[in-house]
Write a protein that binds this ligand. Sequence first.
Ligand SMILES: [Zn+2]
Length: 373
Amino acid sequence: MMDETPHQHKTYHRNKTVTVMFLILLVFAVLMGRLVYLMVFRSEYYTMRAKQLHERERSIKAARGRIIDAGGKILADNKTVCTISVIHSQIEDQEKVIAVLCKELGLSEEYVRKRVEKYSSIEKIKSNVDKSVGDAIRAYDLAGVKVDEDYKRYYPYDSLGSKVLGFTGGDNQGIIGLEVIYEEYLQGEAGTILTVTDAKGVEVAEAGEERVEPVEGKDLYISMDMNIQSYATQLALQTMETKQADSVSILVMNPQNGEILAMVNVPEFNLNDPYTLPDGVGGDGLSEEKKQELLNGMWRNGCINDTYEPGSTFKIITAAAGLESGSVKPTDTFNCPGYIMVEDRRIRCHKVGGHGTEDFVQGTMNSCKQKVM
Ligand SMILES: [Zn+2]
């Protein structure tokens, strides 16, 4: 009995030591595993996160190409505006920054605070800000607030040729019309300013800044002539008034080469304010979907999007071609039975019984569906 107790005690001690050793090893194994995971498997992710924090990239917007008419008038131009951003780590007086930005930009405190308090390398507050407002903000000389100049699309003739030219969105990208179709040429290439910062987000002076200059977009020269477009627009508006029409379209083309000199679709809309529906359209309780539908209707270019049966408007061309080629003479006689068969279709004359025998002049006057006798 006496011998057994110390022996038992020893075994108990040894067991305890083994358990503790095992636990320590286990903890080390877990830590090693975590380290391998972070260093091997997540290395790319953390490198990227660190780079994002240490290299701050600001883009320099490129001036968009202008749209110029046949007479050299500028139909779509750029005006200088500002983009306001904040750099969280450089802000010294956070409350003052929030107060100034709310006041000058007319934004809610909640909106500004969320962005100012966000831990990111750079946070955009508002773009397309008038240059005067940008200058006012710059005058406060607040640490951490950046005012970058960029460009906004501007249409000197407001609504003239609106559905042809189209307009651009918040990032200066084309939304409809020529602005979309020639986006690739008009947009240019944005430049960048790259600065390296330390862990606190302060720019490292020795690292310098890398600057890639923006490339301006190319100008677009079009066949439309703003003088002809203006006259055609006035005519279309008059016609819409006298005929009480919903819309009137006029297309003026150079028959020698097919160049479009004017393309009018009244009512036009203001390119400098393309998201405002005309008076009396819509109302307050409009759903987003319904509003977009109405906007799409307002922007629609009927001249190229709607089909129109040539019918009587085209008979002048076929009749003139017939006369010019000598296929018909004004004195040729025809018989109108009240219809004509074209393939398997029976196209009726407006006079049910037919006009009977008549010459080319009478047939043209009556819009007859007639056959050469
Ligand atoms: Zn007839």
